[in-house]
Design a protein. Sequence first.
Length: 285
Amino acid sequence: MSSLKVAVAQIRCEPADLTANLAAHLDAIARARGEGVELLLFPELSLTDYLAAPDCEALAQTPDAEVLMRLADAADGITISAGFIERDERGSFFNSQGLFRDGRLLAIHRKLNLPGYGALREDRVYARGSDLASVELAAGWRAATLICADAWNPALPWLAALGGANLLLLPAASALGAVGDGFDNPRGWAINLAHSAMTYGLPTLFANHCGTRGGATFWGGARILDASGHELARAGAGSELIVAELSQADGEAARRRLPTARDSDPALVGALLRDLISNSESISS
């Protein structure tokens, strides 16, 4: 069974500065390549920084944009996952994460669960994605991407596992106090990440922002978890590159030991959802 050397780049982004942020990406890619890394994850919206009210007209990129092609060219022999504001052919804007390798943009995940609570107002800025697919990497690894709040919709990690993913990429932009009312973001993420990794036997890479800007304090805490939910590496509060080795055999053993996805019976869940929707419509009418 193969292993995969992975890394998370917890970089301090510059607000709306594509040039500076691209340079930070290229530096992290070079350092990761020097350590023999095969897969490198950057945070959510890493090319623009996470902005409460972004100038999407100025910052959005189409999939063939020069800045994305430069990232693709830098992904020579290493798979890169980085975040950007995407503009589609109709002019809609998406919070997107691209997967790059060997001069190509392999796949794009558009954020599905757009928060509209606390200090978060993405539902007013971006269109909602409509697809969740895993992408085949080298040596039998299939990676699914969930962007930040996607991971807080309990159905989405489950669907990623059902779709055949054996690795979860989770870029985020989590700031202290963003949810409000005393919610502890670092503790909440620790519970969420360990739960999903252990429940579905999904090794997980979590990439967060770091530093304070625009009134937001990003707490860092990027980490890599194995298929049993154990932390293999964790970053502090500042810029850092963390590296770990994942074992395909360990993941398969975890999923045999706790076959949650195998035994979850999506047909039953679908029937229960239809009943719930029917009952809700009957009550509302």
